[in-house]
Design a protein around this ligand. Structure first.
Ligand code: UDP
Ligand code: MG
Length: 325
């Protein structure tokens, strides 16, 4: 028997969760018919949802023993959700996918075919279009990938997604990366292993709304750059050197002007240098501070997520309640 764990981070997904469950069941049955050796488990992560997501998961866990879930004590973010899922998945293969059907379950049989013989360790999809996404968002996304791939040794494929079908070996490698500031697109690429990219057109969310704001995505991309590149530190140094050289030139100019008795020009020159150097200094300190802040957070060794309830706890409680009455 081979177990496939399907990890699904969910944040306020009450609208789409029943649709997802229906779709994934169809695919699981279809795959089981084709490959009798397969077994499945669904590992849902309730990332501190404020709607009925947890209630739905509880119902599903009672009816279907393949359903497992972990409910967080608050919203920890999708990265923490994926980590919790990978950590708790028992499968020989682990799938990570979104609940909103933007990662079509129909791809799973194809992905399994790539991974099952061991030729690939991971199969994933790659969007070739960003249909249905706002123009500004697409433009910024493209810019991000361009900058990222220029300044980081870790290659981040444009359009690559968190929809992954992975071997146990690769999952263990990812779990070995215990960093607190997680940027999965970088982590998937950093661990290496053989990855098959399946290209497809973007699919829009089946129901509900995205929880990513523009500002949220912007912060997430900065996170990515800082987590996987130290180039900004280098930029800070180079800017510093340029500013110092400019200062030296200004100094020489000032000496020349002083010799000629032209004092007023020197004043402007000084003001200019003052602003320039002050600004650069702040910029460089700011960049260093960003890294320091990340190092500070890492040094606390905080848990990546905290669990409040899972399917075992709930099933036991449900049983106890049933016995009492
Ligand atoms: N998600 C999560 N925690 C969060 C935000 C999102 O677990 O804090 C989940 C969400 O439920 C969905 C997936 O991450 O299954 C992708 O989120 P979304 O569809 O909002 O992002 P987008 O597809 O727009 O990038
Ligand atoms: Mg989505």
């Amino acid at each position: 028997m081979k177990l496939i764990s399907i990890v699904v981070p969910c944040y306020n997904e009450e609208e789409v969760l029943p649709l997802f469950y229906e779709e994934i069941q169809k695919i699981m049955n279809q795959m089981k018919e084709e490959h009798s050796e397969l077994a499945f488990e669904l590992v849902f992560i309730d990332d501190g949802s404020r709607d009925k997501t947890l209630t739905l998961l509880r119902e599903m866990a009672l009816k279907d023993e393949r359903v497992r879930y972990i409910s967080f004590s608050r919203n920890f973010g999708k990265e923490a959700g994926m980590f919790a899922g990978l950590e708790n998945a028992k499968g020989d293969y682990v799938v990570v996918m979104d609940a909103d059907l933007q990662h079509p379950p129909a791809f799973l049989p194809k992905m399994y075919n790539f991974v099952k013989d061991g030729e690939y360790d991971c199969a994933t999809t790659r969007r070739v279009s960003r249909k249905g996404e706002s123009k500004i968002r697409s433009a910024f996304a493209r810019l991000f990938y361009k900058i990222m791939n220029k300044i980081s040794q870790t290659e981040i494929v444009d359009g690559a997604q968190d929809f992954r079908f992975m071997s146990r070996q690769m999952v263990n490698a990812i779990l070995d990366m215990q960093e607190y500031n997680r940027f999965s697109k970088g982590i998937f690429s950093w661990v290496g292993f053989k990855t098959k990219y399946i290209e497809y057109e973007n699919v829009e969310r089946a129901a509900g709304a995205t929880s990513w704001s523009f500002w949220g995505l912007f912060r997430y991309s900065l996170e990515g750059i800082i987590a996987f590149s130290t180039a900004p530190l280098m930029i800070a140094c180079i800017l510093g050197i340029i500013a110092c050289l400019a200062g030296l030139v200004l100094l020489i100019l000032w000496i020349v002007q002083a010799v000629h008795g032209d004092a007023s020009r020197a004043q402007t020159g000084l003001m200019c240098a003052l602003f320039l150097l002050g600004g650069l200094q702040m910029l460089c300190t700011g960049i260093s501070a960003q890294y320091l802040a990340k190092a500070y957070m890492e040094s606390k060794h905080r848990p990546i997520y905290l669990m409040r309830e899972n399917e075992e706890i709930y099933r036991a409680r449900h049983q106890a309640e049933a016995q009492e009455s």
